[in-house]
Design a protein around this ligand. Structure first.
Ligand code: NDP
Length: 248
């Protein structure tokens, strides 16, 4: 028996990195996988056919998750075509790193809207369907930076800390209807987002992590799978770190 058989899952930002790994793992476990992206059309086409080749239903949607209406439109489409929404992984995110002294209003707004407002947009969009079903799992991608803060990332840290407050509030609001909401706080995961960083600096980070390595997207996807499945039926309102012990 596969862990996500008969479940419809939406994963935002799945053309690369952590989101892609989650989409693949969910498909391996039998889920119908709906994924979103904003620009990588070729990667989206490839991912869609890869997921379909695993024998599940799959569909990619291109829009900006920072915009309210397309989120609602996509969810309405998904419910019409696939019948339900059981899992949402709010994964899409960006960085615009710089010290506060140099941070523009645009850099602030872009990060807050893409990382935090998107979580509101998607959760609002699926709420009605999940309430009717009396079930659902909402998984929000935060970061250790949201838990701890980080110099040069005030916008990103604020967006990721905001996600934690939102997650706990939604868990309280929707728990009585069997809708769970949890956050994942990854540490240093080696993806395109972190690939742009200086290798010497990255090695010093690896050395400082108790498990002595950067995380892989699959390390995060394993937790997303657990939170999406009924294995975590009694877990809500939590922030779970996937950081090799970084925050210990
Ligand atoms: P990547 O940069 O590798 O991938 C980001 C994904 O999000 C892409 O699929 C991208 O689509 C999509 N995306 C970006 N902006 C938008 C938008 N406005 N609307 C819709 N989709 C969008 O990121 P990672 O895999 O590294 O990170 C995934 C999540 O995990 C993020 O929320 C990040 O903050 C978080 N995280 C990552 C860590 C890490 O070390 N990598 C650590 C902690 C948290 P497209 O390809 O079309 O641009």
């Amino acid at each position: 028996m596969k862990l996500l058989e008969n479940k419809v899952a939406i994963v935002t930002g799945a053309t690369r990195g952590i989101g892609k790994s989650i989409a693949e793992m969910f498909a391996d476990q039998g889920a119908t996988v709906i994924f979103t992206y904003v620009s990588s059309e070729d990667k989206a086409k490839l991912l869609e056919s890869e997921l379909l080749s695993k024998g599940v239903k799959a569909k990619g949607y291109k829009f900006n998750v920072a915009d309210f209406e397309p989120c609602e439109g996509m969810v309405n489409d998904v419910v019409k075509e696939f019948g339900s929404v059981d899992v949402v992984v709010n994964n899409a995110g960006i960085t615009r790193d710089t010290l506060l002294m140099r941070m523009s209003e645009e850099q602030w707004d872009e990060v807050i809207n893409t990382n935090l407002k998107s979580v509101f947009n998607m959760t609002k969009a699926v709420q009605r369907t999940m309430l009717k079903q009396r079930s659902g799992s909402i998984i929000n991608m935060s970061s250790v930076v949201g838990v701890k803060g980080n110099a040069g990332q005030a916008n990103y840290a604020a967006s990721k800390a905001g996600i934690l407050g939102f997650t706990k509030s939604i868990a309280l609001e929707l728990g009585s209807r069997n809708i769970r909401c949890n956050a994942i706080a990854p540490g240093f995961i080696e993806t395109e987002m972190t690939g742009a960083l200086d290798e010497e600096m990255v090695q010093s980070w690896r050395d400082a992590i108790p498990l002595k390595r950067g995380g892989q997207p699959e390390d995060v996807a394993n937790l997303a799978l657990f939170l999406a499945s009924d294995m975590s039926a009694y877990i809500t309102g939590q922030t779970l770190n996937v950081d090799g012990g970084m925050l210990t």
